[in-house]
Design a protein around this ligand. Structure first.
Ligand code: AMP
Ligand code: MG
Length: 400
């Protein structure tokens, strides 16, 4: 059986090879958070555009500044001013943060290190050349790459685009991701379930996970466990850029997702991965579209999405698949798990100087409430039966 890393790699390779050629569209900068750039963005001019003072103080010739030196202040420069006078030997110019360094000066002395009496300024420090000045073009020179194509735009990337005046951006279109839950026992979450029915929570978690990746969820409701209903609804789902199913992939008599996908011509890349929860997870390509059959237990659905669907959606979005953001933390209590599978347990991580992680009590992969109280998954490798408190373990943090 594939390890979760092998299965992820298969997803990444196969989805990349589908070459779906994401379409592009133009969008206003302020509406581009979380979207993926379809163009390179270059610097329109040098940054900073002039030698910029980064302190309030005096612009000086560094050769003139030494403890006890007295210079005559001949002008004042605030941010936005055009420097008109230049600093001559024996003089200085008062300068504010963000203002352009006047000619003749090569350093700024902070106001805190001076004493002023009328036009006479006494300095109590030396100045090294370039001190408190950011040189023109040192952050970025005109024409150079600021943001490359396929970058996902967070607030700092948006600010970089704003700085160079990129008011409208060429973005990849959001992939449309169809979501179909399955199961005769499943009813809409707004409905009153019968005594042995359950509400559809998987379509809700999947829709949230798809949205938080910047993709567009298309919820198709629930299919009954019949070949006909599955056939019809899966066919509809295949009109989107990708299809995610929940339920119906185990070995039960009414787990019909795989046979129906086969009828529709699917090529199966895997139908089991050595993990718990989520072992029967399916990845196939059907009619040119990536299809994921996620096990229906709600925690299995969430975990397998994060491991396998997320990289596919990132690639369909025009971005690169981000590696799993695993980090190490110290385990706070003893763990015993069956060997042979990698376990992903809902847990609480405390992000201190030395991160700690505590597994949460849970009733297994149906326990949505335990998952809602967790902020991470604790990863137990397949070769470890017992892990003692104080040992370091891997943790997979979770976003929203
Ligand atoms: P399955 O993978 O179809 O065998 O389902 C496994 C378990 O997950 C069963 O207990 C189902 O009732 C439950 N389940 C399946 N689909 C959903 C859903 N959409 N929302 C919540 N629970 C579900
Ligand atoms: Mg089912």
């Amino acid at each position: 059986m594939l390890s979760y890393n092998e299965a992820r790699d298969l997803v990444i390779t196969r989805v990349t090879s589908l070459a779906l050629g994401p379409h592009t569209e133009s969008a206003a900068l302020l509406h581009s958070l979380g979207r993926v750039l379809a163009q390179h963005i270059l610097a329109d001019r040098d940054y900073p555009p002039f030698d910029r003072s980064i302190r309030d103080g005096y612009a000086v010739r560094s050769a003139d500044a030494h403890p006890g030196a007295t210079l005559r202040c001949i002008a004042e420069l605030k941010a936005g001013d055009t420097p008109t006078s230049s600093v001559q030997p024996g003089t200085c110019i008062q300068i504010m943060t963000g203002a352009a360094l006047p000619s003749g000066a090569d350093a700024v002395i902070m106001i805190e290190h001076t004493h002023r009496d009328g036009d006479t300024v006494t300095f109590n420090r030396t100045a090294s050349p370039g001190q408190h000045v950011v040189a023109r073009g040192s952050e970025q020179s005109a024409g150079k790459l600021v943001l490359s194509k396929s970058t996902r735009l967070g607030f700092a990337q948006l600010a970089s685009a704003a700085q160079v005046g990129a008011a409208n951006l060429s973005l990849y279109r959001k992939p449309r991701v169809a979501i179909l839950s399955t199961g005769d026992e499943v009813v809409d979450f707004a409905a009153v379930p019968g005594p042995f029915q359950i509400r559809n929570s998987n379509s809700v978690s999947l829709s949230g996970q798809v949205t938080s990746l910047g993709a567009e969820p298309i919820t198709l409701g629930n299919a009954r466990d019949t070949r006909d209903d599955l056939h019809a609804k899966i066919s509809t789902g295949l009109r989107s850029d990708a299809l995610i199913l929940s339920g119906g992939v185990s070995a039960g008599k009414y787990d019909l997702v795989e046979p129906v996908l086969r009828e529709l011509g699917a090529e199966f890349l895997f139908d089991a991965v050595a993990i718990r929860p989520g072992k029967p997870v399916v990845f196939a390509v059907c009619q040119g579209k990536p299809v994921f059959g996620l096990p229906g237990n709600p925690v299995s659905t969430m975990v397998t999405f994060d491991l396998f669907v997320r990289p596919a959606i990132e690639i369909l979005s025009g971005a690169l698949a981000t590696p799993l953001p695993l980090f190490e933390a110290v385990l706070t209590q003893r763990l015993s798990e069956k060997t042979g599978l990698t376990h992903f347990l809902p847990a609480l991580a405390e992000y201190g100087q030395s991160p700690r992680v505590t597994p949460l009590a849970w009733q297994g992969s149906g326990d949505v409430v335990a998952m809602s109280r967790a902020n991470c998954l604790l990863v137990v490798p397949p070769d470890r039966e017992n892990i003692d408190p104080g040992e370091r373990v891997q943790v997979l943090p979770r976003g929203l």
